[in-house]
Design a protein around this ligand. Sequence first.
Ligand code: ATP
Length: 405
Amino acid sequence: MALYLVGGVVRDLLLGRKTLDLDLTVEGDGLAFARSVAGRYKASVVQYERFATARLVLPDGQKIDIASTRRESYADPAALPKVEPSSVRVDLFRRDFTINAMAVQLNAGNFGLLHDPYSGQRDLRSKTLRVLHEESFRDDPTRIFRAIRFMQRFGFSLESGSRRLLAEAAAANLISRLSGPRLRNEVLLLLAEHQPSRATDWLVRLNLLRFLHPRLRYTRRVKRLLDAVSPACAWWAKLRSAPSVERPVICLMALLSEAGPSILRSVAQRMNLSSGQSAAIDWSGSQTDLILKRLLQNRELRPSQVYRLLIGLPPEALVLLAAKMQLPAAGREARRCRQRLARYMKRDRHAAIAVRGEDLKKLGLKPGPRFKSILDRLLGARLDGKVKTEAEEREMAYRMVARSG
Ligand code: ATP
């Protein structure tokens, strides 16, 4: 069987960029090839019969995608294509851009032979992004987002014909026909790029934010906030035991930071966000603004007060809060605020008390709302250093129970 390395990995090799995504394609039965390789290298294999593709996972975790060379036809714009076997040349023609339409043969004898029927190498040299045919963006509007990603990532320009086609596709309502998961995938991949605000500038220039919500506004503050997300994530990653966060989701929150609750809900629905992502998105705007205001305005906040402000926030909202602290509006208090946030993350959010509800019962208190308020006050006293030992805590509990009679 003729075997090729294909697509983005070839582009990245020619650009001298590191890549870990290995895409192989076989002229013939890719699934049979995948099964045979899996047996030989003790890899696990997942097969996707519909597209005649498979994914191998090698014992060291490395993933390799294997496909059969194929032709794709689009019955309906924005729908998934019909596929049938073909030669490598035809397979390369179904790809998005010439720079992604190259293959390198891997068989002994022809090892390293570059197949470049659409002059991808020429376009790589001249830093040009070019679609392969007029219908490309109509066939698959996700390519609109892919064009932005590659222009942005590599600093390439769109060839003039492709630019016209992109503008036409963006002006038409093709993207509204994409399913929620496909739209989510593309938007989050775009926001995962190195400079998400530049990628977002393109969305604005092409008036594509309307596909998330027609009333979404992109202000200077939103752009600044987007720029502040990466440094905030870097700061977060250095905090001891901070849970991992999805940077693209925080970028999406920044993008939505001036939207009201109904827009947030509608975007989450349109993008088919997971429940965790939707819960984070709820904290994009006024909720975190309000917390920030409290943190900035009250210089004397005790650790227990900071704790109560922050305890309900998902990690992505805490990182967004850190990014908001970086905006010029936060002023000179920003540093102190960040220190408070760091203290909360490193220490206070783990705080616990020894006294339990059971202990209060033993002291003669009947179960009821007083339970929670006494336990809350004990935790507050611990956080603020008013009680330091378990004995002091029990003593304080005893006094409070006695007082509540
Ligand atoms: P990245 O570096 O962002 O992963 P990539 O080019 O490797 O970019 P993949 O999504 O991994 O992108 O796709 C691998 C290859 O599959 C592409 O290089 C391209 O040849 C082809 N491809 C992927 N998506 C499309 C699409 N929507 N339309 C046409 N070809 C596509």
